[in-house]
Structures are given as C-alpha cells and as structure tokens.
Design a protein around this ligand. Structure first.
Ligand code: ZN
Length: 409
C-alpha cells in the first residue's frame, strides 16, 4: 500500500484510509498506525472533510448500556443477535445473525433466508470454535427473541454444557454488546454502500466487507488493539483492503475475449475479497453477474454505480477535434491476494466522501505472502461463480437473474 501512496498528499492518504477501513472515526485513524501492519508512515493531518458515506450511513447516536463485566478468555462469553433487512439481498437473504466474542470483540456473521436458520448457523459456529480454535463456549448471551428461546435452540446449548444468559423481554440493553456490534457493522456497511451508490439489495456484500474490515480495525475497548490481534496474536495487515464499490479494470483472459482487438480488461465494481481463495469479487456491470479475478487495476476515486455528473459545455471547445487524453495507470500487475481467505463455515457462515478533487487511479501489484486462513468471520454465502472459460462476452449474454435458492441451509 505504501507504494501506491508515494507522492500523494497526507490528506489524500487520510481519505483513502478512511474509506478502506470502512469509515471509522478520526480517533481510529490516529491510533491505527501502531496496531496495523502496512499502515502508511505519515503525519495524519488534523483537517477533515465532510464524508457523504458517513453522512448517509451512520445513525444517530444512541447510548448502549453494555455490561461492564468482561470475559477473561476467548469464547468464554458469546453475544448473539439477529438483524432483519427490509430488502431481500442479491442471494435472497433477509437476515443476518451475529456472533460476538466478548473477550476479543471479534465478530462473525451468517446470512440467512429465514429465522429458522439461526439454529443451524449457531450449531456451525460452535463447531467452528471447537475444531478451529480448540476451545469451547461457556456462556451464551442473547435476547429473548423467538429464534433464541425455542426448545431445540436451548437444548443444543445445554447439551454442550453452555450456560444461557438470555436477557429478559423488552430489556434489550441487557444484550447491549450484541446490539452495539450490529449497529457498528450496519454503520460501516451503509456508509460504504451509500458512498458507492450501490442498490439496497447489495447489502449482503457491504455487510460481509464491513465484518472483514471491522475485525482489523483498532477498538478503544481493546486499548486500540484489533479484534484480529486478540484472536490470532498478531497485528493484521491491511494492504489488501481497497475502497468498497470502487471501479476496477479486471483483466479478461485472451481466450474469453470476443476477438484479438477486444479490450484486455472490463470495468467492474469491487465488492470485496473472494471467499476461500486468493482474489477479489466483482460485479460485472451490464447484467449484475459476479466475477472472480486476481488480475486487476483499482480506481479508488471512481464508483461505476454512481450517476455521472452532467457535463454542460460552457465553450465551443468540445467541437474541436482534440487528441485523446487517456489516463494510463501505472504498470499493470497482478493484484495482491487478499490477506485473509476464509470461508470455512459450511452452513453459510461468514465471518469504508465528497472528498474534494478526484483521486488519481491506483494500481496494485506486488506478490504478497499468503495469510493464515481467516476465522469464520470472513465466511460468506455461496456465490455465483463464473465458470472457467466465460469472459465478458459470455457474461454480457447472460440473463439478469438471481442465483437459485439452495436446497437447504
Ligand atoms: Zn466516511
């Protein structure tokens, strides 16, 4: 990331960091250098700008009465809550269930189509804790919602020897940690989605990316360490993060281009890291098809889904025949693999302003080390994968239809 910032002003770097980190407060930006690898070594400028993403995505402040009690080890106490969305998502999800580890403040989410899926999602989460971390959950805190008080749900927890700490009805403040993490994730997701002008039904992508970024963001509660560090014992690297929803020129393999004169790349919308593999996931514009790739050039100043400002010529110069003035980004190289690949949760579990003048394009390069697989947190639901051999040509012929429903979840 440092390479991209050479010759850039500190204010520009501050903007980009703010966007890549999913719109955190200025306190986070000021503290982050110490707790994140690859953080640019600059003096963070005091000046600031109004951020449209923050303005549209953050909610009014509402106090949370979270318990002052604190777990003393990982997975000792898990807080959980459910979020209903008003719009069905790209993959027809309606709900998100959140798991929050009290000790590390690490969060995981699972997208669901029905409330009933909470049982399976929780069962898979508990299994992940046991197999991946060799640990066991001791206490479970959730609200008194129907999905958490069914006999089957309670039996599953009790069979594992887990103490149930459900809040009493209408006393949501008793589940304050869970409500706090849902609000935090929603603010990040909505700030990113609004800034990039993405439709409401794409919330699942912004929420998944918000969880991924949140876990690598310093928290005051952790004395400005990150949840990632408390869970994995090392500082996270953030050089794989890009501005959510930004335009990206994605390389199209020669064998899938229309012909030898066809462009070597197509402009797509960046939606985050590809789950379980090195690479990124993009939305192919004309017909909303997901596309996975590693070879690409990011333009973090441009959002393909945002309406272009009308250009009203004020002179006759536009009638002149001018030489083409194309911006040529820096050398095209392989995009870095994401720091964390991750989806390891079989049940569907998953684990960033009119900012002033346009920002210059950035090109990604460099081969980076493979990171350890992400915790469950990064897991996302099954997505439509473009079959090998299908490039932009075939994509453009596909009908705009959402992916089929899975048989069961
Ligand atoms: Zn912002």
């Amino acid at each position: 990331m440092r390479q991209n910032f050479i010759a850039q002003s500190p204010l520009y770097i501050k903007w980009i960091i703010h966007r890549r980190l999913a719109h955190p407060s200025k306190d986070v930006i000021e503290k982050a250098w110490k707790h994140l690898k690859d953080f640019p070594q600059i003096e963070i400028p005091k000046e600031d700008h109004i951020c449209p993403g923050c303005a549209q995505g953050k909610m009014t402040n509402r106090p949370f009465y979270a318990s002052t009690r604190r777990a003393t080890r990982q997975f000792e106490l898990i807080h959980s809550d459910l979020k209903l969305f008003p719009t069905e998502s790209y993959h027809r999800y309606k709900y998100v269930i959140v798991f929050f580890d009290d000790y590390t403040s690490h969060a995981w989410t699972v997208n669901m189509r029905t409330k009933d899926a909470a049982l399976t999602a929780t069962s898979h989460f508990l299994a992940m804790v046991e197999t991946k971390f060799g640990s066991r959950v001791t206490q479970w805190m959730s609200n008194a919602g129907g999905e958490y008080k069914s006999k089957a749900f309670n039996k599953m927890l009790l069979d594992r020897g887990i103490e149930i700490l459900q809040s009493i009805p209408y006393a949501h403040q008793q589940n304050g940690r869970a409500e706090w993490i849902i609000r935090t994730l929603m603010e990040k997701a909505e700030s990113m989605r609004h800034l990039a002008c993405l439709p409401q039904s794409w919330w699942e992508f912004s929420v998944e990316h918000a969880v991924h970024v949140y876990n690598q963001t310093p928290l005051r509660r952790l004395n400005w360490q990150t949840p990632f560090q408390l869970l994995w014992g090392e500082r996270p690297t953030i050089d794989h993060l890009r501005v959510f929803g930004c335009g990206t020129y994605v390389f199209i393999p020669a064998e899938t281009r229309a012909n030898k004169l066809a462009p070597k790349s197509e402009l797509m919308t960046y939606l985050g890291n590809a789950p379980g593999a090195n690479g990124f996931v993009f939305m192919h514009g004309p017909n909303n098809i997901l596309y996975y790739a590693t070879h690409c050039i990011f333009d973090e100043s441009m959002f393909p889904k945002c309406p272009k400002p009308a250009k009203t010529p004020s002179t006759q110069l536009h009638q002149e025949v001018a030489p083409p003035q194309h911006y040529h980004p820096v050398d095209e190289e392989e995009c870095p693999p994401p720091r964390h690949s991750s989806k390891t949760y079989p049940g569907g579990i998953e684990e960033h302003e009119d900012l002033g003048p346009p920002l210059p394009s950035t090109s990604e390069s460099t081969t980076r080390e493979r990171s350890p697989a992400l915790p469950f947190a990064e897991h996302s639901p099954p997505r439509e994968q473009t079959p090998p051999g299908q490039g932009p040509t075939s994509l453009s012929r596909r009908e705009e239809t959402p992916p089929p429903l899975p048989a069961t979840r």
